[in-house]
Design a protein around this ligand. Structure first.
Ligand code: BES
Ligand code: MN
Ligand code: ZN
Length: 505
């Protein structure tokens, strides 16, 4: 999708469709008192010609102003566009770039379903121009993705070109820079979604590593892929214990971004869980819903996509991306409950449940990142069903062993418009991962399951400032929404990029 910044008067622009956001300006207190009062809907553009086309529509009372409500007018009088899509953004007072991102995604999905390939979006005046451009481009790219790759009736409808109509007094060069950066981020998010979308027979650890290598070559990153021999040689006993049960060879993917002129420190390590299929191993999962465990490599795919965006955005900070990729299979060679494994750090682990495999591969991934010199760590993983019990599908779980790093991440996260919620890591929970035979167990039981898993990882991050993102409930959309298809979401990538940017300036 190409993006163009334009300062045309909206009514004067020739386009397949103009898109304008309608906001509800009613005072909620008044609406409460008078149930019959018509909602006060107004377009968020000063263009009087466009406003006058919608006057009858708004005075009819048919438009409620609820988020994502759409009305499509053909041949709007006095406007050069072939169509005008009016899309509601909800209450004017609450409308932020978070909502704008989704409204942009929803307009893409509405228009592309009608076979339209290009349109022009009027940037709402209430949001600062640069912020609006970023939100519109990122949101539009998210909306432009559909996962139906293997359907014979796939129409592959896509928007090819998006024009953003900015108000006359903004700085064109700054807006074009914002659009370019947002495009890199949105395309990287979709690259991640492509990887996550593939089923396990088409996305083995080897294929994931090949895709990472190809991407690295394209954007000029260093990339090394290590196989079983090297994993054993480096004494990654936790990672190998998961890989040993599978006929598919594992892959340790290491991507490096070291720009000229970057300071020695910090070095950020991005570590991703890359389980290309999680059967549970000998502690096998029930058949019902097991097909979804093809997305258990979403954390790894997020880090590969993030490295792509970083290479193209060129921030002045060193970043190392590590993905521990393997299947988790039951077999005659598979590890069994009760086995004791020695991690790369030297810690011994009693395996209680072979289905708690993500934390095993990450234990060695995190420790290895520290050995490579990382001073700050972030991991992303579809780690626990328990995080879905705690937070549902709306928020990802965030854990941190360092408040300063968390605060920095939280700001980036708000900027990126992704929902995440911090969960605790108190010492009390350490009791849950004690073992009688080894240093720790790999499963702390059901209660506080997401926290127990994070406590396990903390043992391997040790004193290094570290953030853990449990994206089990958010990496896959269970239903389609107006702004996004059902399937892989690409969550966390945008927050990671915003976080990296805070170091670079
Ligand atoms: N990959 C799963 C977690 C998961 C669940 C991801 C649902 C996406 C959706 C993980 O490896 C797992 O199996 N976790 C176990 C841990 C338990 C055995 C301690 C779980 O959450 O049940
Ligand atoms: Mn598992
Ligand atoms: Zn898993």
């Amino acid at each position: 999708m190409k993006t163009i910044i334009s300062f045309s008067t909206p009514a004067e622009l020739e386009t397949e469709s103009l898109v304008a956001v309608a906001l509800n300006h009613s005072d909620p207190a008044q609406t409460e008192k008078n149930k019959d009062a018509k909602p006060q809907i107004r377009l968020s553009t000063g263009d009087t010609a466009v406003q006058s086309v919608t006057a009858d529509l708004f005075s009819s009372g048919e438009v409620t102003g609820k988020p994502f409500e759409t009305n499509l007018l053909h041949k709007p009088a006095g406007v050069k566009a072939k169509r005008l899509l009016v899309i509601s953004g909800g209450a004017a007072k609450k409308f932020t770039s978070y909502d704008l991102r989704r409204v942009a995604g929803a307009s893409v999905r509405t228009l592309k379903a009608r076979g339209i390939r290009s349109f022009a979006f009027i940037a709402p005046a209430s949001i600062p121009a640069e912020e609006a451009v970023r939100a519109i481009v990122e949101g539009a790219l998210v909306g432009n993705f559909d996962p139906d790759y293997y359907r014979s009736d796939r129409k592959d409808q896509k928007i090819d070109a998006l024009t953003i109509l900015a108000s006359g007094n903004s700085d064109q060069a700054a807006l074009e820079k914002a659009a370019n950066e947002a495009q890199i981020i949105g395309e990287s998010q979709n690259f991640t979604r492509d990887l996550v979308n593939e089923p396990s027979n088409r996305m083995t650890p080897t294929i994931l590593a090949d895709r990472a290598k190809k991407m690295c070559q394209e954007v000029g990153l260093k990339c090394e892929v290590y196989g079983a021999d090297k994993i054993k040689e480096m004494k990654m006993g936790a990672f190998w214990s998961v890989a040993q049960g599978s006929d598919e060879p594992p892959a340790l993917i290491v991507m490096e971004y070291k720009p000229a002129g970057a300071p020695e420190k910090p070095v950020l390590g991005l570590v991703g869980k890359g389980i290309t299929f999680d059967t549970g191993g000998i502690s096998i999962k029930p058949a019902d819903g097991m097909e979804k465990m093809k997305y258990d490599m979403a954390g790894g795919a997020t880090m590969i996509g993030a490295m792509r965006a970083i290479a193209l955005l060129k921030p002045k900070i060193k970043v190392i991306g590590i993905v521990c990729a393997t299947e988790n299979m039951p077999s005659g060679k598979a590890q069994k409950p009760g086995d004791v494994q020695i991690a790369m750090s030297g810690k011994s682990i009693e395996i209680i449940n072979t289905d708690a495999e993500g934390r095993l591969v990450l234990a060695d991934g995190l420790f290895y990142a520290r050995q490579l010199g990382c001073t700050h760590l972030i991991d992303a993983a579809t780690l626990t069903g328990a995080v879905v019990v705690a937070l549902g599908y709306a928020n990802a779980g965030v854990f941190a062993n360092d408040d300063a790093m968390f605060e920095r991440f939280r700001k980036a996260n708000l900027q990126a418009g992704e929902k995440m919620w911090r969960l605790p890591l108190d010492d009390e929970y350490k009791e849950n991962i004690k073992s009688t035979i080894a240093d720790i167990v790999n499963s702390g039981g059901r209660w506080g399951g997401a926290i127990n898993a994070a406590m396990f990882l903390k043992e391997f991050a040790e004193e290094t400032p570290w953030i853990h993102l449990d994206i089990a409930g958010t990496a896959w959309m269970e239903d389609q929404k107006p702004w996004i298809a059902k399937g892989p979401s690409g969550i966390a990538l945008r927050s990671l990029i915003e976080f990296v940017k805070t170091f670079a300036s």
